[in-house]
Design a protein around this ligand. Structure first.
Ligand SMILES: [Zn+2]
Length: 130
């Protein structure tokens, strides 16, 4: 592998993407997204030729663990207060639904982090800073 960038889906953050270079088309096997190759997000890291899919899974999983640790309890309270939990008195159901929210939140945050990194690389610096 000569290209050390990993391409990931702009929709779900998975590396399960198929694409053709030079303005070609791209699609995601993970969520069914379709678009242009240039829409894919670039992750400039591939230590020791790690399998891209494994790397993004690990990145998202580690982020999920971090979010669960610092955000778990307050997030459940927040979701309950805003009526996002089916039944806040059912502990097993609360745990199950909270886990689903955390997984999807982590995935969205992972995509956002990669997008932000691209913005930083493109703009050079924060446009708000003078
Ligand atoms: Zn996808």
């Amino acid at each position: 592998m000569t290209d050390k960038n990993i391409r990931i889906c702009p929709e779900c953050g998975k590396a399960t993407v198929d694409y053709t270079i030079f303005g070609g088309t791209a699609s995601c096997r993970g969520c069914g997204w379709r678009g242009k190759e240039t829409d894919l997000l670039l992750v400039p890291m591939n230590p020791n030729g790690t399998d891209p899919e494994q790397l993004m899974v690990r990145f998202t999983l580690e982020l999920r663990t971090l979010l669960a640790k610092v955000l778990g309890t307050p997030l459940v309270r927040f979701l309950a207060d805003w009526g996002f939990l089916t039944d806040r008195t059912n502990d097993a159901l609360v745990k199950k639904e909270a886990a689903m929210y955390l997984t999807n939140v982590a995935r969205a945050v992972a995509v956002s982090i990669i997008k932000t990194r691209e913005e930083i690389a493109t703009n050079g610096r924060n446009p708000d800073a003078s």
